[in-house]
Design a protein around this ligand. Sequence first.
Ligand code: ZN
Length: 706
Amino acid sequence: MTSSLATPPALLVGEGLPQFEAISPDQVTRHIPELLADLEAELDRLEAGLEARGAATEAGGDALTWQEVMDPLQRLGERLRWSWGVVSHLNGVCNSPELREAHASQQAAVVRFGNRAGQSRVIHRALRQLERQGGLDGAQQRILAAELRDMELRGVGLEGEAQEAFNATSQELAALSTQFGNQLLDATNGWSLTLRTQEEVEGLPASLLEQLAQAARQAGMEEATAEGGPWLMGLDMPRYVPFLQYSRRRDLREQVYKAHVGRASGGEASNEPVLRRILELRRLQAERLGYASWAEVSLAAKMAQSEQEVERLLEELRAAALPGARAEIEELRATAARHGAAEAADLQPWDVSHWAEVRRLEAFELDSEALRPWFPLPQVLEGLFGLCNRLFGIRIVAADGEAPVWHPDVRFFRVEDGTSGAPLAGFYLDPYSRPGSKRGGAWMDECLVRSRRPDGSLVLPVAYLICNQSPPVGDTPSLMTFQEVETLFHEFGHGLQHMLTTVERPQASGINNVEWDAVELPSQFMENWCYDRATLMGMARHWQSGEPLPEEQYARLLAARTFMAGAATLRQVHFALTDLRLHSQWTPECGLSPEDLRRQIAEDTTVLAPIPEDAFLCSFGHIFAGGYAAGYYSYKWAEVLSADAFSAFEEVGLENEEAIRATGRRFRDTVLSLGGSRHPREVFEAFRGREPSSEALIRHSGLVPA
Ligand SMILES: [Zn+2]
């Protein structure tokens, strides 16, 4: 289909750095269908070939080889990943109505192709054949096992009616998740409260008042202003969170809180029957696949090996966090008492955020805006690159102009080995927010994946690193909040795992084939360095005066890190345990409603028990409308790994330069190199010399182990 004589269009080159500016929405609607048709035809050919080979192999012919099955499959997937990856990338960073429409018009077809390949019986049979024959190296075994597992979890191993039933239930589950999400969204958007007097908005910061006035104007109250109202309160996070923190009107906090925790829990559009049905059906699907519960299905693809192992970890964290959380609530009561507030005698859930904010300001006076002048982007990059040189022996060199970019603000860097100077990787950095055309948040994505071409030459990995901080204004560089610095380090950690991999099989190189609950290890690991004295003080200098960050500010940053950590940990444990047990222990016959089970768990995972109106499960979108079912624990799991990895550096002494470098090299040679080629437990143990322990996370959170 693609002529070898003509130059292919920019979107279908399929290798090398993309020519971003040459790719238009029109190309997307024209060339993606062309690509998919081409890939479909190739998949047909591959299947036909394998079918013939399979019969011959079974009749005693030559064994099937990796080159016959896995390599062509990988090449098919890579062509799609390259082209569709560019489209998705541009959709995130250079959005326009035309591009969004072009992207949306092709998405279903792209998903359909993935499903077809992932449910092909011929390919499944060929993979099983490869597995039976043996003779594969460790990385190949893991790649093959993951591929087989994913296909089997899609029901490829089921026959006839069983498969039809499985597929029908999969569709019903997808529809139920959508319904859950929609009803939650409707309930969130369907509630509002108009505030009209100054007393009703007492304590609210100017930025929130502006938001509330804007919401009022959008709802038709055209006269609304930030100063004079009216102000429209709602249940979305950007309004809800600061309202509970800052509102001095306890009665209004109560009203807003009760509306929030009771979302989608009553009436016709209640999520209660929906989530019950989801739990029943997931259990049924698990049984059809030969598992005892949905939790087992989830854990089949994770680093954690069993529910017991997850339970054990959560119990360690719970036991450590509970006394701390109790003490924190006591401290808030005492704060309220000092201010002569009535709630001191009877602190309620809607009081917690408010008094925590009062306490935080009293204790730390930490104003995140005020620290910006100490963190200009160029200096932060210098600090980050210097740290990477020190720890991992790599040199990061600005290479602007050496690669095509999608916006003039985007920079390109090369990564070299610090000793040999050998090129290792490259990355794009797109640091600034561009409202209207760039998605919010920060992320790392793959541009090119390390791999060996058929001719033996090497493809070096290239990463996209995207942040959303304020752009420079005039002569003032981009000045970052400490949180933005942490975010940059976090994403760079993902980038390091992508770029420093030594694995040459792309299915397991970098972040590929890394179990979901282990993938945040390098990213959260890098965040720890933001609190390291040498790293932080090395980069935090006032952009005009060159003065270092005052010592007391550093002390406040450290103290703020553990503020209310007991309550925060306990909250995550409560969510994680609820999620896990709903997907392992709960059955329609168990005599408890899902909410009953959650309240049982709350007995020792909350300090202030859920109030009667609290129907949190009806808004637990992560597990009922998102991809976190029986996986919510992953947040804490990965934090344990990253804190424990960082503690290897603490153990040798953060001032002991030689030992720090040696430990850093070991981290590079294990966690950052091995990608998904080995089980994350083995990789961790290769670095740490032992199994992961929760001790470091508990210590870093300021909690004393029980
Ligand atoms: Zn991350």
